[in-house]
Design a protein around this ligand. Structure first.
Ligand SMILES: [Zn+2]
Ligand SMILES: [Zn+2]
Length: 256
């Protein structure tokens, strides 16, 4: 399984893109930087898109991708039903852009919306996909994705601290998890449902409690202007936990 981080940040600039994670050039989690990262040919190769939640930085490329794929193919769009409802009501309302759920025709739309249920694993394009609820203020899930040859990773999406229930279920060989803010922004991070390096450490200690050792961890959704501070603090918790924790970046490829 090849995982490519297309966007690793929470703010966009020519050097930093919003969250999208590509799997084997066929599946993508979150639509923050699909069209800004992939050539048209690669966009046409996508089979399914998974949304972690409804925030704009995770959904916005559905509009641009929708037009790029228009009348060429249908892509499956998976998310919690409540997330699909919000995306349908606003982004696909037909008022700010096209309703890609029904265009070009309801029989052959650009996006076929497919609701997922929390904790219910489904097999999509040969991958076992397990949506697991995370704490982010709005309905949100992370995804544990397992390939046919039993390689697996868990991507948290946006999340604050979780109950241990989450980590009792996660069994992946790699964690991709958000760290949005440095430790000095702890209060804001807690209020907005995000992690700092210290909060990540607390989260990983929960996981350590149920597993003998921690898998490698890659962080994403960093605030670019605070990334230097975040990097130093991530290096520190990496040493303290004896775990391999690295900051993700645009174009980072990981082969499991
Ligand atoms: Zn969010
Ligand atoms: Zn976000």
């Amino acid at each position: 399984m090849e995982i490519r981080i297309l966007g690793a940040h929470n703010c966009e600039s020519p050097d930093t893109r919003l969250i999208s994670i590509l799997i084997d050039q066929a599946l993508v989690i979150d639509a923050g930087s699909i069209t800004s990262s992939l050539p048209f040919s690669a966009q046409r190769g996508l089979k399914a898109i998974f949304l972690t939640h409804q925030h704009f930085d995770h959904i916005r490329d559905l509009a641009t991708l929708g037009l790029n794929l228009y009348a060429q193919r249908t892509v499956e769009l998976y998310a919690l039903e409540s997330v699909l409802d919000v995306v349908s009501s606003y982004l696909f309302s037909g008022e700010i852009y096209l309703d890609f759920r029904n265009r070009p025709t309801p029989e052959k739309p650009t996006f076929k919306v497919c609701p997922l249920e929390p904790y219910k694993e489904v097999v999509i394009q040969g991958y076992a996909v397990l949506p697991l609820p995370v704490n982010h203020g709005v309905s949100a899930v992370g995804y544990q994705i397992t390939s046919q040859d039993k390689k697996s990773f868990f991507f948290s999406g946006d999340t604050g601290r979780n109950t241990p229930t989450l980590w009792e279920v996660v069994s992946a060989q790699l964690l991709i998890i958000e760290v949005t803010l440095p430790n000095s922004y702890r209060t804001l991070a807690i209020e907005s449902g995000h992690l700092t390096p210290q909060l990540l450490k607390e989260e990983l200690n929960e996981l350590k409690g149920v597993r003998s050792s921690l898998p490698p961890v890659v962080t994403v959704h960093m605030n670019p202007e605070l990334e230097g501070e975040i990097r130093g603090e991530v290096e520190q918790i990496s040493r303290e936990l004896g775990a391999k924790i690295t900051l993700g970046y645009e174009g980072m490829a990981i082969v499991l």
